[in-house]
Design a protein around this ligand. Structure first.
Ligand SMILES: Nc1ncnc2c1ncn2[C@@H]1O[C@H](COP(=O)(O)OP(=O)(O)OP(=O)(O)O)[C@@H](O)[C@H]1O
Length: 649
């Protein structure tokens, strides 16, 4: 064990732990960037830069019993690697052991870390039995990494004993987030809508399905009760966005909905407002101090930060009413969340793992559920989360789809996911498409820079230098890469923080807070931050590594250019690595009326392309054939048409 080192005295990169295993696993303060301490020799560093994340899995990931170092080094373990993840793990005692792979595959084999994006949210699913075995396309399964902390909490507190993934060594999650501010200024802190907000009215809207209700043109038409009206106005909302104009009346009419609208266009309020209005009309009120809580609405989202954000929005709109939202997500003390639940819960927001956990503990009854909402629905129904969603709808007491209202929202809907989604929805659900399904936000100026893996860092510095103090999110593909780039930028005196699935929840929340406040204007992130996060004044997104999937690209660049504001996304295109995405990128650029670089076109037609995973099921519209389509422009005037083919579902 070498001496501890301190590399940076910001809120992360604080303490380079050369601690022993137990200290490291139980620590809630030690930085994840402690990879610095792993005696990074030049060789391993070189390996890092040269590699794209772990190879596909093999072996029994992460049971190597190496000591010290940091979780981040277990990237290779995620897919069950023991020895081929390049450099870092070999160095000495890096990583903690036994966490094994937890990969969900996601159709990738080239990146051992891909699943970090939100695998940590899958506490329940990943739980039993994983030993990082298997690897390959589906990666290792089971109690991997951070997520496992949820599981061990579950096991310990739930009295279910230890699982078989070495979890007995894991600490209980004790993190309790700071209390939320109660002052109205903070609750109603506004995200200023931008110069293009009014242009939303020009976006073409299509509703498919039978008898869609008429859109509303103003919040007055939404017939909200006084408290909600007041809260909408305190939030700075003057007029509804298109997804709200159409979504609110659809939900109020009791219809199931699959809604697709571009990033940052107000989908959250589109489902929260009509639900809360219904609760107000029904006189729903939280029953305090009850051991069993029976929420009327359940909202699920794929990441902890996103579900927390949705919860804060629900809390904001429900302010001053008797409706009580509660949030449960991994990485936080379960006991703390259960105590909060017991104080009353009408709207339960959760990540799937923790949600299933509290349900299985008998703390939450489902028989009163009127609304089930899947935010980032395509993500919630992909092969990673689908089993959890099926478990959720199959849980005892959960009303069947005919007896509840199911609402799905996203900016992207691959066709295969749309088909799958029909299992959760009533047959006559409405499909609402605002703009191009799966299209990028047109307020984001998309730029590309040709790079090699060796020139990326210099290019990043150049971009960040030009950005000055403007807030920038830098997306990378692996947790290890996130740590490495964050550390590199810190060394270059760029105040940087990072967020990824191996950081402890406290650190993740601190990182976001520092980024929001501007203390660290650069946030290096894996895909865990790609979806949904609504952070004011993010002017730039940099794709240091392009994702393998075009939908992911759309969500990432959607962290800027929100709510009518303009933004800029710069993506580094490495011909050796990114050609498979080229055609899909061209498609996205053309649909957003943006210039397509000629070199990108050349790459698209010389390299492997369109039929690959990057283009998977790019959904142009409602995938139901034969569904009645009603088109709207601006003032709600409608035109109907029937699609040609038979209804498949
Ligand atoms: N009608 C409105 N008027 C002004 N601001 C609004 C309105 N509706 C939503 N907003 C604000 O716009 C921002 C983006 O909204 P929201 O996060 O719901 O977008 P989204 O469509 O869910 O994005 P994503 O696809 O990235 O999840 C939020 O800050 C929200 O408060």
């Amino acid at each position: 064990m070498g001496p501890d080192r301190t590399l940076w005295t910001g809120d992360q990169l604080i303490h380079i732990a050369m601690a022993d295993e137990w200290e490291e696993e139980t620590s809630t303060t030690t930085s994840d960037t402690s990879f610095f301490s792993s005696q990074a020799n030049t060789d391993s560093k070189k390996d890092f830069w040269n590699n794209n994340g772990g190879d596909s899995g093999r072996g029994r990931g992460g049971r190597g019993g190496r000591r010290g170092g940091f979780k981040s080094f277990n990237d290779g373990d995620e897919n069950g690697n023991t020895d081929e993840s390049g450099g870092w793990n070999k160095s000495d005692r890096g990583g903690f052991r036994g966490r094994g792979g937890r990969g969900r595959g996601f159709g990738r084999t080239d990146n051992g870390d891909f699943n970090d994006n939100d695998g940590d949210e899958n506490g329940f699913r990943g739980g039993r039995g994983g030993r990082g075995r298997g690897g390959g396309e589906r990666g290792g399964r089971g109690g991997g990494g951070y997520r496992g902390n949820d599981e061990v909490t579950f096991s310990q507190e739930g009295g279910e004993g230890k699982n078989d993934a070495g979890d007995e060594e894991r600490p209980r999650v004790t993190y309790i987030p700071p209390s939320l501010p109660e002052d109205e200024d903070t609750i109603f802190a506004q995200y200023k809508s931008g110069i293009n907000f009014d242009k939303y009215d020009d976006i073409k809207v299509e509703v498919s399905g039978s008898n869609p209700p008429k859109a509303i043109m103003s919040f007055e038409e939404a017939a909200l009760c006084e408290s909600l009206k007041k809260n909408v106005s305190k939030s700075g909302y003057v007029k509804p966005t298109p997804v709200q104009k159409h979504g609110i009346p659809i939900i109020s009419a009791g219809r199931d909905l699959m809604a697709c609208a571009q990033t940052g266009s107000g989908k959250t309020a589109a489902f929260l407002l009509p639900i809360l209005q219904q609760f107000m009309a029904d006189g729903v009120a939280a029953s305090q101090f009850s051991e069993l809580q029976e929420p009327e609405a359940i909202i699920v989202a794929p990441t902890r930060e996103l579900i927390n954000q949705i919860y804060l929005e629900a809390r904001k709109f429900a302010h001053g009413t008797c409706v009580r939202p509660v949030v449960v997500y991994g990485g936080v003390s379960t006991g703390h969340q259960i105590r909060d639940l017991c104080r009353g819960c009408n709207v339960l927001c959760g990540t799937p793992g923790r949600l299933l956990d509290v349900i299985n503990r008998g703390k939450v009854g489902l028989s009163k559920v009127m609304y089930l909402i899947l935010d980032e629905a395509d993500r919630m129904l992909d092969m990673g989360f689908e089993p959890d969603m099926r478990r959720l709808v199959g849980s005892p007491g959960m009303p069947g789809k005919e007896d509840r209202q199911t609402l799905m929202f996203s900016a992207t809907y691959p066709e295969d996911i749309q088909r799958l989604a029909a299992d959760f929805l009533k047959k006559d659900y409405l499909f609402l498409a605002v703009g191009i399904v799966g299209g990028a936000c047109t307020d984001v100026q998309q730029e590309f820079a040709q790079v090699t893996k060796f020139s990326k860092r210099d290019k990043l510095l150049e971009v960040l230098k030009a950005a000055g103090t403007e807030r920038t999110m830098v997306f990378v593909e692996t947790k290890r890469q996130a740590d490495f780039i964050a550390a590199f930028l810190c060394q270059e005196k760029v105040p940087t923080t990072s967020i990824h699935g191996d950081r402890e929840q406290r650190e993740r929340e601190q990182a976001l807070a520092d980024f929001r406040s501007g203390k660290c204007p650069v946030l290096v992130a894996t895909s865990v931050a790609a979806r949904g996060l609504d952070i004011p004044d993010v002017q730039h997104v940099v794709n240091f590594d392009l994702p393998s999937n075009i939908d992911e690209y759309v969500h990432r660049i959607g962290r800027t250019g929100r709510c009518g504001n303009t933004g800029r996304a710069v993506s580094f295109f490495d011909q050796d690595n990114d050609c498979q995405l080229a055609r899909a990128l061209i498609n996205i650029l053309s649909k957003a009326n943006q210039e397509v670089p000629s070199w990108l076109e050349e790459n698209a037609f010389s390299g492997p392309g369109a039929s690959g995973p990057a283009m998977r099921g790019f959904g142009a519209t409602d995938s139901r054939k034969g569904a009645q389509i009603t088109s709207f422009q601006d003032n709600g005037s409608a035109q109907s048409a029937a699609a040609e083919e038979e209804d498949w579902g």
